[in-house]
Design a protein around this ligand. Structure first.
Ligand SMILES: NC(=O)c1ccc[n+]([C@@H]2O[C@H](COP(=O)([O-])OP(=O)(O)OC[C@H]3O[C@@H](n4cnc5c(N)ncnc54)[C@H](O)[C@@H]3O)[C@@H](O)[C@H]2O)c1
Ligand SMILES: N[C@@H](CCO)C(=O)O
Ligand code: NA
Length: 431
């Protein structure tokens, strides 16, 4: 194959990330040419509305609302529109035409990743998506390449910038959930529909992508047990702080017998744990591998420019290969592991209860925990008065217990007349 004279790039989407990719392609064109060996020419940017106001000024001549024509004219397609359709159809169109694709679309990859990868393999072209997980942090390439000769046992971390930003602000400034969410949207961290962030779906998509690569198997978002942060209150954050914890939304993918358990849930992390000092929209991912031991990847997990850095890394890497010759390495899914249910997963739990302040209540609750095989590590009681009625706020931290046992315990506790409400049930990191 003869060396191309230049690489024509079609960019789909000019939002938070797309506009930064356009800026880098234009501003750093000399440097990119030197790294690739030939110039990279941004031939057009597909947007929904060519007249809409833009955060980053873009030459009107580059904008088009005809993505299909643009794809057909390009050598490489960079998809940064988000959502399932028309992104899926457009990426397939590019791959089937033998054009490599870079995408940051975790929602799409966690749902249709296998279909897209199969199309890439079938056409001998690269599909790269480092930006889809943990923004600027190089995590997918280390999983695919650097650790390809090791056996990964667990990947655990903070994989959503928006929720980390919200929880961090609630913890450090006592700010209210909704105010901080608005700020995360303004800073370009949140998804177009921020429900994906706060309900945990965005982290769940990332967990499915990470688990597929780490365990050489095919997982989708449907394999992930997912709990978001919408039920976390300022009171939970303060109570956690009083007990020496910080609340983080963790994504965990771990070998579980013959399968892999993949989950996303708010977790109490001890204040001295490295994950507790991950602030703002930063992400941190721990990878545990049999021979490598424990690795930590840390950096900006969201935002236009940081995410654009990951997109550009993928682009320059595959463009270099187009110049030098040779297709990329396809994904390996030889292990074909299945995801496992939550019932047997063991964790420590922190349970907050509001109960009647009367004799025997505490003993009764402790008995119910014991009867279900859930052993209590600590129990703290604070009495308070509201509307002339005395109650006790109980905070119970358990030893490790199976998810199913904890659920049965809570169902019985909830049915007691003396229990006014279950304020929170949050997993606790560590043994
Ligand atoms: N913002 C981040 O920090 C971040 C980080 C990692 C990955 N991502 C992913 O990158 C992608 C883009 O994110 P973003 O934050 O830039 O989103 P955004 O909402 O700011 O931008 C998306 C852009 O695509 C355009 N668009 C949507 N549908 C289109 C269509 N059918 N045709 C043409 N244009 C269309 C929108 O008008 C918008 O300008 C998403 O998949 C997102 O999940 C974002
Ligand atoms: N909305 C995502 C963007 C980065 O993937 C986040 O907040 O982490
Ligand atoms: Na990344």
């Amino acid at each position: 194959m003869s060396q191309p004279e230049k690489i024509k790039v079609a960019l789909l989407g000019a939002g938070n990330v797309g506009s930064q990719v356009a800026r880098i392609l234009l501003e750093d064109s000399d440097l990119i040419r030197q790294r690739i060996g030939v110039p990279a020419e941004l031939i057009g940017i597909a947007v929904r509305d060519t007249e809409a106001p833009r955060q980053v000024p873009l030459a009107a001549a580059l904008l088009t609302d005809d993505a299909e024509v643009l794809i057909d004219q390009a050598d490489v397609v960079i998809e940064l529109t988000g959502g399932i359709e028309p992104a899926r159809t457009r990426i397939l169109r590019a791959l089937h035409a033998g054009k490599p694709v870079v995408s940051g679309n975790k929602a799409l990859l966690a749902k249709h990743g296998q279909e897209l990868q199969a199309a890439a393999n079938q056409n001998g072209v690269q599909l790269s998506f480092e930006a889809a997980v943990a923004g600027a942090i190089p995590i997918l390439r280390p999983l695919r390449d650097s650790l390809a000769g090791d056996k990964i046992t667990r990947v655990l971390g903070i994989m959503n910038g928006t929720t980390n930003f919200i929880l961090d602000q609630m913890d450090t400034t006592g700010a209210q959930f909704n105010d901080v969410l608005k700020e995360a949207q303004r800073l370009g961290y949140a998804e177009a529909d921020p429900t994906a962030d706060i309900e945990g779906y965005d982290a769940a998509s990332k967990a499915a992508i990470v688990a597929s690569l780490a365990f050489h198997s095919e997982f989708t978002i449907d394999d992930v047990h997912c709990e978001g942060i919408t039920s976390i209150t300022a009171h939970d954050v303060q109570a956690a702080k009083d007990d020496g914890f910080v609340i983080k939304l963790l994504a965990i993918c771990e070998l579980d017998g013959d399968g892999v358990n993949i989950r996303v849930n708010p977790t109490l992390v001890p204040q001295e744990h490295p994950l507790a000092s991950v602030h703002d929209a930063y992400n941190a991912v721990f990878v545990e591998a049999e021979n490598a031991g424990e690795l930590m990847f840390y950096g900006p997990g969201a935002g236009g420019a940081p995410t654009a850095s990951a997109v550009m890394g993928d682009f320059v890497s595959l463009a270099r290969r187009m110049v030098l010759g040779g297709a990329g390495v396809p994904e390996s899914n030889h292990a074909a592991l299945q995801s496992t249910p939550m019932a047997a997963v063991v964790s420590r739990y922190s349970v907050g209860l509001i109960v009647e302040d009367k004799l025997g209540v505490l003993a009764n609750i402790a008995r119910i925990f014991a009867e279900h095989g859930v052993s209590i590590q600590t129990m703290r009681q604070t009495k308070f008065e509201k509307d002339g009625q005395f109650s006790a706020a109980l905070r119970i931290v358990t030893h490790q217990a199976a998810d199913s046992n904890l659920r049965k315990t809570m169902a019985v506790v909830d049915s007691l007349d003396a229990v006014r409400s279950i304020a929170s049930v949050i997993r606790v990191e560590g043994k």
